[in-house]
Design a protein around this ligand. Sequence first.
Ligand code: FAD
Length: 471
Amino acid sequence: SSKAGHYDAVVIGGGPGGYVHAIKLAQLNYKVACIESRGSLGGTCLNVGCIPSKALLNNTHLYHQIKHDSAQRGIEIGGDVNINVSKLQAAKEKAVVGLTSGIEMLFKKNGVTYLKGKGSFVDDKTLKVEGLDGSDYQVTADNITIATGSEPTPFPGIEIDEERIVSSTGALALKEVPKKMAIIGGGIIGLEMASVWSRLGSEVTILEFSDAIGAGMDAEVAKTTQKLLAKQGLKFKCGTKVTSGVREGDIVKVGLEDVKSGKTSDIEADVLLVAIGRRPYTKGLNHEAVGLEQDDRGRLVIDSQFRTAKPHIRVIGDVTFGAMLAHKAEEEGIAAAEYMKHGHGHVNYGNIPSVMYTHPEVAWVGASEQQLKADGIKYNVGKFPFIANSRAKTNLDTDGFVKFLADSETQRILGVHIIGPNAGEMIAEGVLAIEYGASTEDVARTCHAHPTLAEAFKEAALATFDKPINF
Ligand code: FAD
């Protein structure tokens, strides 16, 4: 192949970690190639993750609003409001293709060579590429970065067929609305998929092992989230262990056991979604050949500069330590390139936001109350509810609140937790504030436009050390 040969750097995997890293390296004047086996760039995130899920979430929210929330706004719908699942899926597909082909354009623009195929180690400077077109060749590189991402964690004993028993990938591609859907796992992915299909009429039950949903959320926010989602019709079985999931024709039988009492029961569903988390993906990489270390959870082991035991081989994104989030992988993609070029780079792991794109959205950054308590840190809480925010009231969209956690002595911001409309956009202000070491007084003394939801952010900051004005 004309693409065989030598590169300054080769990146394995074209997800948010790998593609951003490759572009940054090219901008830093490296001759760089990126190997991707999926047939399109963007990785899990753009193909079967962030982007398709947001397409479905946005459009089903719109549908739900038009159908159930129009009359009070003076919008009169003449006939029935219906959903066309195949067109809904086509709109999703259009968003995905537009964005993944956009990355291909960016590769061309920046001079990144795109190697379509599966990459594996031959030795520590040589990679074999099994091209999707049947070609088979080798490339050599001074630097190699592994960005092979993650895959859904399987549930022992439950076999995924992506039709009736699905992972998130199957849940994003259902051709019809299941009458009943059961979801193992009340984390972000489970709850986002629950929202999509429940808005379209599915009777959705979340099966969660622990006592609370929303792994990682501030406990108060998680409780409010569950209450609001339950009001929308989602059913929750917390403290419930799933013991089996078997397809019988077009029905899935799910065996359950109450964690506390040990009482067993079972439920039936048309679709069972297994959403218990993701695990690092290294299948077929042959990294054993170069002796790269993996920890007990399959994560490739690196130092603080993304280097493996072979310092010219680096690892970024879901396949190594840290939160499995696209923006975290992207930050690492930039930082690893800068380390390579300059010997220094920067990712602030204490300041990576999380967002759940349900309605209302849930977003947070920094420490939760339960973490601060566990660490024995003294803090003040400032809360402001959207029911007291003029814009939220005007929009008839008032569920939720903004919550600040600030050091009780200095008012330095330790955590921000938002449940409410546009929380995912609003959290950026919290991330910026924390990045600059701001106190809640800094935020409270910063002018925020009126009338905006962001005024709730400002008032919640104020409430950590003084009285809010509008509540
Ligand atoms: P990936 O995106 O997994 O990319 C790795 C790529 O490497 C893949 O395309 C794979 O084909 C390729 N590859 C693997 N092995 C090889 C090989 N040997 N040769 C060639 N290519 C190879 N994160 C967010 O931040 N926000 C969200 O809203 C969000 N929503 C999500 C929704 C769902 C349903 C899912 C499943 C995930 C979501 N995520 C979200 C997580 C996000 O998708 C991941 O954190 C992100 O994609 C990780 O990027 P990455 O580059 O590390 O790996």
